[in-house]
Design a protein around this ligand. Structure first.
Ligand SMILES: [Zn+2]
Length: 138
């Protein structure tokens, strides 16, 4: 998924919403016997500023399915994750956490991959109670 900054500027469309799905990368999941049950759904608002930096923020959601990390029962969990990022033209002043882009095209792939990685839990549980005995210990 890309944002064509030059085209948006030419058309005077400085804000917009992207609503799309993409396949999650299974290799990002670090929980045994767990996979994506659905494509990742992204709803992202973007705004292009005068200096051509682009702010992107919104929400990613997806469902994980597989074995409960504690009792191995088949389970599913819906994950919602809010994310935002700044994309700055290459060569312009950027903060360390900013992404850069070039040739007037913001490519969201790296941001989407990073966001899925941050959104992924370290374990999957069939119910809150299933994790309680182990995880509530002092
Ligand atoms: Zn369980």
């Amino acid at each position: 998924m890309v944002i064509d900054v030059r085209k948006c500027n030419a058309e005077g469309k400085y804000t917009g919403t992207l609503d799309f799905e993409f396949e999650g990368d299974e290799s990002l999941i670090d929980i045994p016997f767990v996979t994506f049950a659905s494509p990742v759904h992204a709803v992202l608002d973007y705004e292009i500023y005068e200096d051509n930096s682009v702010e992107v923020k919104g929400e990613l959601s997806f469902t994980l399915k597989g074995a409960c990390s504690r009792c191995l029962k088949e389970t599913e969990q819906r994950i919602l994750y809010e994310a935002e990022a700044f994309f700055v033209p290459r060569g312009a002043k950027a903060e360390e956490e900013d992404y850069t882009y070039r040739n007037g095209i913001v490519d969201l792939d790296e941001f989407l991959r990073d966001t899925v990685l941050f959104a992924l839990p370290s374990a999957l549980f069939c119910a809150e109670g299933c994790s309680a005995p182990e995880y509530n210990e002092e």
